[in-house]
Design a protein around this ligand. Structure first.
Ligand code: NAP
Length: 255
C-alpha cells in the first residue's frame, strides 16, 4: 500500500524539473496527479509519463498560476476530472535575474506574480475544498535564495515572501485539518539552473561541478531529493508539522 493511495495531488509547473520529479514520486506512492503548467500539451505529455499505480489517474492542465481565473479553473477541473483534491504543491517558477540597477519593473512584477501571487491564487482556489473536507496539505517551493543572492532581488524577495505566506497559512488553516509547509531547495540540476549557467556563459557540467564543490555534501541536488522531502511533508506522518520551511540544500547555507 502506498502512502498516497486514493489521494489526489496537484503540482504546478510540473511539466519538467522539480515539479515533474515531485509528481512522479506522488504517483509512485499511489496518488492520482494533476500536472499544471503554462503549456497544456507539455502538461499532458508529462502526465502521460507518470508511473501510475492501478486505478490512479493523471491529468495535464494548461494554466497560468499568476492569473486568478486560470488558477480557479485548474482546481475546478482537477476536482471534476480526478474526483477531489488533497495535496497542492505550489512549484511553478521563473527567474529574471539581474543586478538591481539593471532590473526592470517588468522583471520584478513577473517574478513576484508567478511565485508569490501564483501560490496565493492556487492556494485560495484549493483551500475551500480543503476546509470543506477538513483535510488538506499545501507545500510551497521557496529557495536558499530567500536568504539573499546577488542578481536575484526579485526572486529572493518572492522566495522569502513564500516563507511568510506559508507561516500564515499554517496559523489560519491549522484548525481546519490543513498543513502548510515549504521546501527551500539549494542548487538542483534542472533547466532553471542550466539557464543560469547559460546566462553566466558557463558550461552546464562545469557550473554543476563548481556548485557541488562549494557544497558541504559535495554534490548538487536532483529533483528526486526535493520529491522525497515533499512526499514526507505532505504525508499524514507529518501532520504535526506546519508553517515550516525545510532547507533541502546539502548544507549549502550552513556557514
Ligand atoms: P523549471 O525547470 O524552470 O520548471 C518550472 C516550470 O514552471 C516550467 O515547466 C514552467 O513552464 C512552469 N511555469 C513557469 N511559469 C508558470 C506559470 N505562470 N504558470 C504555470 N507554470 C509556470 O524550474 P525548477 O528548477 O524545476 O524549479 C521549480 C521550483 O523550485 C521553482 O519555484 C523554483 O523557483 C524552485 N527552486 C529551484 C531551484 C533549482 O536549483 N532548480 C532552487 C531553489 C528553488 P515553462 O517552461 O512554460 O516556462
Amino acid at each position: 500500500m502506498g502512502r498516497y493511495d486514493g489521494r489526489i495531488v496537484v503540482v504546478t509547473g510540473a511539466a519538467r524539473g522539480i515539479g515533474f520529479g515531485t509528481a512522479t514520486r506522488f504517483a509512485e506512492e499511489g496518488a492520482s496527479v494533476a500536472i499544471i503548467d503554462l503549456d497544456e500539451s507539455a502538461a499532458a505529455e508529462a502526465a502521460a509519463k507518470l508511473p501510475l499505480v492501478e486505478g490512479a489517474k493523471a491529468l495535464g492542465i494548461g494554466c497560468d498560476v499568476s492569473n486568478g481565473e486560470s488558477a480557479e479553473a485548474a482546481i475546478t477541473r482537477t476536482v471534476a476530472e480526478l474526483g477531489g483534491i488533497h495535496v497542492l504543491v505550489n512549484n511553478a517558477g521563473i527567474t529574471r535575474d539581474n543586478l538591481l540597477f539593471k532590473m526592470t519593473e517588468d522583471d520584478w512584477d513577473l517574478v513576484m506574480n508567478v511565485h508569490l501571487k501564483g501560490a496565493f491564487l492556487m492556494t485560495k482556489a484549493a483551500q475551500k475544498h480543503f476546509v470543506e473536507q477538513k483535510y488538506g496539505k499545501i507545500l510551497n517551493l521557496s529557495s536558499v535564495s530567500a536568504l539573499g543572492n546577488r542578481g536575484q532581488a526579485n526572486y529572493s524577495a518572492a522566495k522569502m515572501g513564500v516563507q511568510g505566506f506559508t507561516r500564515t497559512l499554517g496559523i489560519e488553516l491549522g484548525p481546519f485539518g490543513i498543513n502548510a509547509n515549504a521546501i527551500a531547495p539549494g542548487f538542483i540540476a534542472t533547466e532553471m539552473t542550466d539557464a543560469t549557467a547559460a546566462r553566466l556563459k558557463m558550461d552546464v557540467e562545469e557550473f554543476r561541478r563548481l556548485n557541488a564543490e562549494a557544497n558541504p555534501v559535495r554534490r548538487v541536488g536532483f529533483p528526486e531529493d526535493i520529491a522525497a522531502a515533499a512526499a514526507f511533508l505532505c504525508s499524514d506522518e507529518a501532520s504535526y508539522i506546519t508553517g515550516q520551511t525545510l532547507y533541502v540544500d546539502g548544507g549549502a547555507k550552513l556557514g
